[in-house]
Write a protein that binds this ligand. Structure first.
Ligand code: BDR
Ligand code: CA
Length: 341
């Protein structure tokens, strides 16, 4: 995978992202990061990975949204992840309890009734921050230096869409938005065409896309290539700490459904790939392309159509990540979890 170089991309007449260039730029300075999330098993793994990486990621806040389960549960699970990472100084703001337009849907069939399979959930010691996530986004982004804050979107994009609708000028404070969402080559996971986060609120995703912010999509096309295996889960379970045990227990339960449904040898850990992309972009390859979202009623509702070959000759609006180094991802995750208690 690492052999897929920029030179190869240029020879094929396409623009692959400059993997080494991205690493140099992104690795150079600590990123100010807001994580918008709907925990969710893979969201919790993503949060632990981010919160265990303070040298590279200055997590300003976690903002929560309804998605995998109801907002009260996603907000509790985000606070649990924060507690497990020993990072109680990071505020958690609760945001939108429902999508912009469509009827709410949940994924408790995948993540369990509490949104966190394989472990016992409980009320964490520290509560939510005062105020709403949407207000927090508007306040923080409007006061931030120009193009300084990265936003990792790990669930439906409702909070950022509401913030952008109320205060479009906040795009100035945004460095880039990295989305776990969408599917093109892989097909969908909630319908044959649509990925869950886009299906759960396609209108919000459209608002974010239309805002013109610098966007990276980490879709099922790549997350379905970064799969657990017995050996990868064993390396996490072998960590002599609670974080390794918890992530092992969560993933062992979480991957079962996908493995059975898709006949895969292991399961994806979708949202954690966004954090891995921020930490080690050289693990991934993709292209700048034009992408469109279908939010019309019908079989394509929530679908992302990636114009991979530039057929429509439309302006590029996203960096679409298409491939990733699976073992590199699990090695990174294991190393970072080893730092936690
Ligand atoms: C996405 O949907 C959610 O169920 C996961 O947490 C992830 O964000 C994968 O389609
Ligand atoms: Ca999620």
């Amino acid at each position: 995978m690492k052999g897929i170089s920029l030179l190869n991309g240029l020879l094929r007449g396409v623009v692959l992202m400059s993997v080494l260039g991205a690493a140099a730029v992104q690795g150079a300075e600590r990123r100010d990061l807001i994580i918008d999330t709907d925990p969710g098993a893979d969201d919790v793994v993503a949060l632990l990975l981010a919160l265990a990486s303070p040298e590279e990621l200055n997590v300003l806040a976690i903002t929560t949204v309804a998605g995998n389960v109801r907002l009260d549960k996603t907000s509790r699970n985000a606070r649990l992840a924060r507690e497990w990472a020993g990072r109680e100084e990071v505020p958690v703001y609760a945001g939108a309890p429902r999508p912009l337009v469509r009827t709410p849907i949940y994924a408790d069939n995948v993540h369990g009734q509490e949104g966190l399979p394989g472990v016992t959930v409980y009320e964490p010691a520290k509560g939510l921050a005062q105020g709403n996530a949407v207000d927090y986004l508007i306040r923080t982004l409007s006061q931030a230096p120009a193009h300084s804050i990265t936003i990792a979107m790990l669930g439906p994009q409702t909070n950022l869409a509401l913030a952008l609708t109320q205060a479009p000028e906040i795009t100035r404070g945004i460095k880039e938005v990295v989305v776990m969402g969408g599917a093109h080559f892989n097909g969908g996971n909630i319908t044959p065409a649509a990925e869950f986060n886009l299906f759960a609120d396609p209108h919000a995703a459209q608002v974010v896309l239309d805002s013109g912010v610098r966007l990276t999509y980490v879709p099922l096309d790549v997350t379905h290539k970064i799969l657990t295996s017995e050996a990868r889960l064993a390396q996490i379970a072998a960590l002599d700490n609670q974080a390794g045990k918890r992530v092992g227990d969560i993933l062992n339960e979480y991957v079962k459904l996908d493995m059975a449904h898709y006949g895969l040898p292991g399961g994806p850990v979708h949202d954690a790939s966004v954090i891995a992309w921020l930490l080690q972009p050289e693990l991934f390859t993709g292209r700048r392309i034009h992408m469109a979202i279908d939010s019309r009623e019908g079989i394509g509702f929530g679908q992302t159509v990636a114009d991979w070959y530039g057929t429509l000759k439309q302006p590029e609006n996203v960096l679409w990540v298409e491939n990733g180094d699976a073992q590199g991802f699990f090695d990174l995750l294991t190393r970072r979890l080893a730092r936690l208690k």
